[in-house]
Design a protein around this ligand. Structure first.
Ligand SMILES: Nc1ncnc2c1ncn2[C@@H]1O[C@H](COP(=O)(O)OP(=O)(O)OP(=O)(O)O)[C@@H](O)[C@H]1O
Length: 393
């Protein structure tokens, strides 16, 4: 599939992830050209960021050097980095800057967005600029869910019920109904979309075309969703497992009659699809917990509320045995020689919040990375490279 990507398609860039693709682009794999030059304010951005980086750098912790970028980039075995945190703290900017940094260090990299707000359809695009291939993949969770719904309707929808009723097997169908899979899909719990979307990413990554990627960076959905997502594979694993069992009972009871109507093959397809989904969900869960290949990086900002939420997130991730080692504190105000009262108050507030991290039992042992608030919107590869060089050291 990669071979069909054409450099001529319409360029759309929103930081590194893609804006809503056109109908044509939505259908195809497309190449996105990002701005090659930093906007005119790059000098002030650079000055502020360097000053902030120098000022904000926390004292090196014992063993901290092992958790530098060197450690993230070493080795060619595939690794996954998932960035999560409260809405708007800078997950996408940090994820995209990490992806650019990996690509510039020779890693063919894929950055994945599963945020429903970002995409209308699945799209896959090469980002121009970095030294090694950098691709952005956006999964449309709604579309992924639709595929799943179609499979389950075939499996337990009214067509099957009418048919089974006529065969005196309606009770079994009611049992399927009790599992409420249809309802689950009509009013999905938050997190289901992301779970299905991530399972879809895993499906992609099993394909030959994607084998070249040695670093996969996930720009995850906000905190609450991500957490629910983590418990979902267990839930889906259990309910899909039950459905499959019932399915095989029904199939064996009615196979002779069904084959007369030619429905057996279709239903077997649906059952296979559910089984595949279940297997992928199990893989998602394993992937999330694999310390060798996966790391969940929490992104936060220096406010009391964001830090409290990050503390809860870390606690939940630990309960789910998800490896977390780094905490990015983004948008830390750079130092200034001017006597701006507003800035002074804000800085004091941020200092208090940073102290809170140091005394929070959930967060204090994490490797803390401070990223400065810069004076412009972070868009395009050069700006992301710039941010990445400051954040990922
Ligand atoms: N260090 C920073 N300095 C200045 N602006 C920043 C910084 N980090 C992020 N921003 C800006 O803040 C806004 C939100 O950032 P971003 O989209 O990366 O956050 P997010 O956590 O992914 O948001 P969402 O939860 O909505 O997906 C963007 O306009 C981005 O350019």
């Amino acid at each position: 599939m990669l071979a069909t990507a054409s450099p001529g398609l319409q360029a759309v860039a929103r930081r590194l992830t893609l804006a809503a693709p056109t109908a044509a682009a939505a259908q195809a794999l497309c190449v996105v050209r990002l701005p090659r030059r930093l906007p005119g304010r790059s000098a002030s951005l650079r000055a502020a960021a360097s000053a902030a980086a120098a000022e904000a750098a926390p004292p090196a912790k014992e063993g901290a050097e092992e958790l530098g970028f060197q450690e993230m980039t070493s080795g060619t075995r595939r690794r996954y980095y998932m960035l999560g945190g409260k809405g708007g703290v800078g997950k996408t900017s940090c994820a995209a800057s990490l992806a650019v940094r990996f690509a510039n260090n020779g890693h063919p990299t894929l950055v994945v967005s599963t945020d429903p707000a970002h995409s209308l359809s699945d799209s896959f695009a090469q980002v121009e600029g970095p030294d090694a291939p950098l691709f952005a993949l956006e999964i449309n969770p709604e579309k992924a869910r639709e595929e799943f719904r179609t499979a389950s309707q075939k499996n337990g929808g009214t067509g099957v019920k009418d048919f089974m009723d006529s065969m005196g097997l309606g009770v079994l169908v009611e049992q399927i109904g009790e599992l409420k899979l249809g309802e689950l899909l009509d009013t999905p719990p938050p997190g289901l979309d992301e779970a299905i979307a991530i399972s879809k990413v895993i499906q992609f990554l099993e394909a030959q075309e994607y084998s070249m990627f040695s670093r996969i960076v996930f720009d995850t959905a906000p905190t609450g969703h991500t957490l629910r997502l983590l418990s979902l594979p267990d839930f889906l694993d259990a309910s899909i497992g039950k459905i499959l069992k019932l399915r095989s009972k029904i199939a064996s009871a009615a196979s002779a009659i069904k084959s007369v109507f030619g429905q057996e093959v279709q239903q077997q397809d649906a059952a296979n699809k559910l089984e595949q989904l279940r297997e992928r969900m199990v893989k998602v869960r394993e992937l999330f917990r694999d310390t060798e290949s996966t790391e969940f990086i929490i992104v936060t900002i220096p406010t009391v509320m964001a830090i409290s939420e990050s503390s809860r997130l870390h606690s939940s991730l630990q309960k789910e045995s998800v490896p977390v080692r780094r905490l990015i504190v983004n948008q830390v105000l750079p130092p200034s020689t001017s006597d701006c009262k507003f800035c002074a108050i804000k800085r004091k507030d941020q200092t208090r919040a940073l102290d809170m991290i140091r005394s929070d039992p959930e967060l204090m042992d994490l490797n803390i990375i401070q990223a400065p608030l810069v004076d412009m919107e972070i868009r395009g590869v050069p700006a992301l490279k710039f941010l990445g060089d400051i954040v990922w050291k």
